[in-house]
Design a protein around this ligand. Structure first.
Ligand SMILES: C[S@@+](CC[C@H](N)C(=O)[O-])C[C@H]1O[C@@H](n2cnc3c(N)ncnc32)[C@H](O)[C@@H]1O
Length: 242
């Protein structure tokens, strides 16, 4: 199916990140209940003992998983409210091999050549809605920043949506199609996808958690009556830097 022009209002997510980080965090806790994303990451690049820089870490849902295997993780986000919740979440794990700080995806406050893995999850895509005029320059800048922080031979991994409410990958809109095409055709990234389904406790919980982050109409599009399992696909792009 051809991607539609539908795109969330550009302010929608900024507002969620700024004012409702807790709603975001509750929703993503129900996402990828089978652990496919983490398994795929570990298959692409075994995570044990790695030094990782994470771009756009949000409330730390990936960061927490990575603390189990990585040697250390330096995670950054631009939104203080997301970082505050990430700090609570990470502190609750009892681990100490992580740091969290404010940082723009275009300029990570870390030294060059410090990481084996540079990772972003569902963060770079925002450029398409927030900066439609110069998205390519900004994406180039973010990839350049990944290359800068990586040691020679390090890997950059990008995770982004390939559709919610679908069992097969379906890019949600034309702007994301442009972005993904750019990564694969012009930037040398390999690609695979995995299912990252939501599993909710009850149909009411599904509705409440989705509506905390997404619009009423998207929630209605995705959820049929009585649903607790919402299929979803996640794309994984990766590239090893010399
Ligand atoms: C959908 S959330 C993903 C968070 C996290 N990676 C996860 O897997 O849950 C997108 C995050 O990217 C952050 N973000 C957006 N643009 C950014 C930028 N230019 N620099 C740093 N963080 C950014 C937002 O503040 C938000 O926390």
């Amino acid at each position: 199916m051809e991607p539609s022009n539908r795109f969330p209002k550009s302010d929608e997510f900024k507002d969620v990140y700024r004012r409702n980080a807790a709603a975001y965090d509750r929703l993503v806790a129900r996402e990828d209940y089978q652990g496919n994303v983490f398994a795929a990451l570990n298959a692409i690049q075994p995570l044990h003992g790695l030094s990782i820089v994470e771009f756009g870490a949000g409330t730390g849902r990936l960061t927490r998983l990575l603390t189990v295997l990585a040697e250390r993780i330096a995670a950054f986000d631009i939104e203080p409210a997301m970082l505050a919740l990430a700090r609570d979440n990470l502190t609750a794990t009892g681990t100490s091999n992580w740091t969290l700080a404010a940082g723009d995806n275009l300029l990570m406050p870390v030294a060059a050549n410090c990481a084996d893995l540079a990772l972003e999850g569902w963060s770079f895509n925002h450029v398409m809605a927030w900066h439609p005029e110069d998205w390519r320059e900004r994406i180039d800048g973010m990839l350049k920043e990944m290359a800068r922080v990586l040691k020679p031979g390090g890997v950059a991994i990008l995770l982004e949506t390939m559709g919610t409410g679908t069992r097969r990958p379906r890019i949600p809109n034309r702007r994301l199609k442009l972005l993904y095409h750019y990564w694969q055709e012009s930037c040398g990234f390999d690609f695979r996808w995995v299912r990252s389904d939501y599993q909710f406790a009850t149909p009411q919980e599904a509705r409440d958690l989705l509506r905390g982050v997404f619009s009423e109409s998207l929630t209605n599009t995705w959820l049929a009556a009585g649903m607790t399992l919402l299929p979803q696909c996640t794309g994984i792009w990766w590239r090893r830097f010399p």
